[in-house]
Design a protein around this ligand. Structure first.
Ligand code: NAG
Ligand code: NAG
Ligand code: NAG
Ligand code: NAG
Ligand code: NAG
Ligand code: NAG
Ligand code: NAG
Ligand code: NAG
Ligand code: NAG
Length: 764
């Protein structure tokens, strides 16, 4: 018995000393892992793309330790409430208090009427561009939410409004004047518009402040107080507009302001608590590192470990860093501390009881869960097409909600793009990101439009969608121009896809297909002898209500599954059709029956190899109606039939909430785009990067940002993309009154309503 115990104990000790904890290290930090290995540390690197990837790995048991910022730990409290344990918090040596910051509201000591008593008052805010305190939009707006109920707007129409506008409108009705500097929207157009329309919310900033900052006379400088600090300025705004004013600032700066700079005024002011009660700023109150009451308390950043290793990790860390400080010197303990925890001022406070992330955060920062929250604009529904995409969407949703980005997002998983397009058309989803291959079908068949186009790396032209016409070299005897394609056999990746539309456009330019024919099925079907254009017979791809029998557009296709009876006719738009997709089209071209294929050039070399074709077997037919001078697929850009963006964000045309979706995407870009991924990012999640190691989820890995679909764009691929749909617009402009077609102008929408009313009237 005793022997057994000793054995077990020895085994456990053996395990503990042999243990090498896997710690998350960003893929961008290259040096540190080698250093740690060289000096024999007890940790090994687990490379992660982002902190969110780290949290997922720890929860799965694929990593043991991660460091999470204040907002990241709040996110985990909501998204992974009990999957992790908090081993220690990371504080500053000069700030032993339990919170990273507290946001408080200061009013005159004789204020009456509680929070409602602030109605009609004046409001001083540190500003939306201040980052000294790492305040998220949710923190920046927490006070406004509590006093002015900016999440409710019972009397306002939400049509065409943005969340920012509804919020600012409510505020301007609550306060008579304010200074609320910095950008109110991530969208500059919206931001400028709101500043012009709601000047009262900038009127306290001082002369010529332009609402971008405070220009108040701050008086003499007092040692230890920065007159340029926005919180100090907001407090000065309160002091100089004393009567009926409130300042929303950090407790830390309230203490500085009233103990060092203006001690004589301290007792003329008080904190107002969420229940409306006051706490006068007596010396005793100001001495305390924690505020008597606050609107937001922020937990410190943390060291987190998996539930199964947390106790051992904490015990080890207590040995590595006995007093929570960097031991200095060249030990691995010091190197590790410096690399992942902080410099000389960082201090670890080991958390007794090793709480779950929810327990750690909910006592401090407790806001309602996403499903229980209220807002003026309903959550925008993001349609996803796989479980992995859905998972990434769920994290973006939760992170955006944690930061307070409005409107909220919800995620809906369907099984393919067409189901998403249908859902959006039928108003059971709001937006999705799709390859430009579906641009025409989305516009024509599903009546959607682009909210944003996805930008690709400028320096990498291969990241864009490039469509070319590839002839079999043997066909160049008889085909040298588009005219020669009449009565020939062609391969398309998909009916109505980008290559199909690029061909139609080129054929229009060359005058071989009549521009007055708006039925693209008939136009191509009657011009060619036959083709493989997968989907041509399917309702999901119906370009028009056509009476054209499109069977010849699929007669070249081959089924990849053998059918009893030997009839292998197929028009399927999936892998059961051997000639579906860009690789399928190349396989189709390899068939001696076919003459030409219209394809995207992405991975073309590999498709050719798979189909057994050499570069010398193919030659491009250029858009200017000449054959390329040489064979092969590396021909200059001017030869291409299309050179356009590779994906876009689609939504319902005429969705009254389109503007709020547009600015929400600008906010996502600001917080989770590539420009956000620097030290100032509040939650390290990158929406364009692979997620949990998986590429091309929601956005392709080639995405670098979002841009406006505007036709004035100077970017070549954007201009080209818009041009590709111009014929569609001219068609629908003259076509029968299908509601809300291509042109997005309101006028034409009104015209449509009038037309349909007239029709109805006449018919009755
Ligand atoms: C509060 O006191 C100030 C003077 O200190 C006075 O001007 C103001 O009218 C008082 N406000 C109220 C609501 O009593
Ligand atoms: C204020 O903003 C406007 C427009 O944004 C700009 O033209 C003007 O120069 C700004 N004024 C100051 C004092 O910064
Ligand atoms: C302060 O506000 C109260 C109520 O709005 C007003 O009656 C009083 O005259 C104001 N006092 C000063 C000094 O502005
Ligand atoms: C978390 O908090 C709940 C309720 O306060 C408590 O029952 C539970 O034991 C706590 N869990 C941990 C791991 O601290
Ligand atoms: C957090 O808030 C919810 C409701 O808002 C409440 O039920 C819960 O008790 C709060 N938790 C803590 C720890 O304050
Ligand atoms: C379309 O044409 C094909 C072959 O020409 C024929 O078999 C089929 O019945 C036709 N379909 C319709 C609906 O007319
Ligand atoms: C084309 O590529 C897809 C996806 O990589 C694959 O599933 C399919 O089998 C390929 N088709 C052909 C005909 O090689
Ligand atoms: C047509 O375009 C190709 C590819 O850019 C170019 O090499 C050729 O000179 C052009 N031909 C004419 C007649 O413009
Ligand atoms: C800003 O939002 C509006 C719609 O609210 C949109 O039309 C515009 O393109 C957006 N982008 C920029 C850069 O202004």
């Amino acid at each position: 018995m005793g022997f057994k115990l000793i054995l077990v104990a020895a085994f456990l000790v053996g395990c503990a000393t042999a243990q090498n904890y896997r710690i998350c290290i960003p893929t961008t930090s290259t040096q540190i892992c080698q250093n740690l290995d060289n000096i024999g540390s007890q940790v090994i690197c687990e490379r992660v793309e982002t902190k969110v990837d780290c949290a997922i790995k720890i929860a799965r048991g694929a990593a043991d330790i991660g460091i999470f910022s204040e907002e990241e730990i709040v996110l985990l409290g909501h998204q992974q409430p009990s999957e992790h344990r908090v081993v220690a918090s990371i504080r500053d040596v000069s700030r032993p208090e339990p919170f990273a910051f507290e946001a408080v509201a200061v009013v005159p000591f004789n204020h009456t009427g509680g929070l409602e008593g602030l109605r009609g008052g004046k409001y001083c805010h540190p500003g939306f561009d201040q980052n000294e305190q790492r305040w998220s939009p949710r923190v920046l707006k927490a006070f406004e939410l509590a006093v002015a109920r900016t999440d409710r707007c019972p009397d306002s129409s939400t049509d065409r409004k943005t969340a920012e506008e509804l919020e600012v409108d409510t505020l301007s009705k609550f306060f008579t004047s304010a200074c609320r500097p910095g950008p109110w929207s991530a969208n500059t157009t919206v931001d400028n518009d709101l500043r012009n329309r709601y000047p009262s919310l900038c009127s306290l900033c001082g002369e010529n402040a332009n609402c971008s900052r405070y220009t108040l006379d701050m008086g003499v400088t007092v040692a230890g107080i920065q007159n340029t600090n926005r919180h100090i300025q907001a407090l000065e705004c309160l002091r100089s507009n004393n009567n009926g004013t409130v300042a929303y600032v950090a407790w830390q700066h309230v203490r500085e302001f009233f103990t060092i700079r203006n001690p004589q005024d301290a007792t003329s002011f008080a904190l107002i608590c969420e229940d409306g009660s006051l706490r006068v700023l007596t010396t005793e109150v100001l001495t305390s590192a924690t505020a008597p009451c606050s609107f937001v308390k922020q937990p410190w950043s943390t060291i987190v470990a998996s539930s199964s290793t947390a106790a051992a990790v904490q015990a080890s860390m207590r040995e590595w860093w006995p007093n929570g400080a960097n031991p200095g010197g060249n030990s691995w303990q010091s190197v590790l501390f410096n690399a992942v925890i902080g410099g000389a001022n960082a201090r670890l406070t080991f958390e007794d009881g090793i709480p779950t992330t929810q327990n750690y955060t909910s006592n401090v920062r407790n806001f309602t869960t996403i499903t229980g929250s209220s807002s003026c604009i309903p959550a925008r529904r993001w349609c996803t097409i796989s479980a992995q995409e859905h998972n990434k969407c769920t994290w973006i949703r939760s992170a955006a909600y944690t930061l307070g980005i409005e409107p909220a997002i919800s995620c809906q998983q369907r099984s393919n793009i067409f189901e998403c397009l249908t859902d959006i058309r039928d108003n059971t989803a709001d937006f999705t990101v799709t390859p430009s291959n579906y641009g025409y079908l989305s516009r024509q068949h599903y009546r959607l439009s682009s909210v944003k186009l996805v930008q690709n790396s400028r320096s990498n032209p291969l990241a864009f969608t490039r469509v070319a016409a590839l002839l079999r070299e043997s066909s160049t005897q008889s085909i040298t121009r588009f005219e020669n394609l009449r009565g020939k056999k062609a391969c398309f990746p998909e009916f109505g896809g980008i290559s199909y539309v690029a061909f139609v456009r080129a054929a229009h330019e060359r005058g071989v297909i009549s521009s007055s024919e708006c039925d693209y099925g008939r136009a191509v079907g009657e011009f060619l002898d036959s083709a493989c254009a997968p989907g041509a017979l399917d309702n999901s791809h119906a370009l028009t209500e056509s009476n054209y029998n499109a069977t010849n557009l699929c007669s070249l296709c081959k089924s990849s599954v053998s059918v009893a009876g030997g009839n292998d006719f197929t028009c399927a738009y999936d892998e059961t059709n051997m000639f579906y997709g860009n690789n399928g089209s190349i396989l189709c071209l390899a068939d001696p029956n076919s003459d030409i294929a219209f394809v995207e050039l992405q991975n073309i070399e590999s498709h050719l190899r798979t189909a057994g074709l050499q570069q010398t077997d193919v030659r491009m037919l250029c858009r200017n109606n000449t054959l390329a001078a040489s064979t092969g697929v590396t021909v200059d850009q001017n030869c291409l039939l299309a050179y356009v963006v590779d994906s876009e964000v689609l939504a319902r045309r005429n969705d009254p909430l389109l503007n709020s979706l547009n600015t929400m995407l600008d906010s996502l870009e600001m917080h989770f785009g590539y420009s956000a991924a620097n030290g100032a990012q509040l939650i390290n999640l990158e929406m364009y990067s692979p997620f949990d190691g998986i590429s091309d989820l929601l956005f392709k890995d080639t995405a670098i940002g979002l841009s406006e679909p505007s036709s004035e764009s100077t970017s070549e691929p954007i201009k080209n993309y818009n041009e590709l749909f111009q014929h569609l617009e001219s068609c629908t402009g003259s076509a029968a009154p299908l509601p809300g077609l291509a042109t997005r102008s309101f006028v034409s929408f009104i015209t449509l309503i009038v037309t349909s009313l007239v029709v109805r009237f006449v018919m009755n």
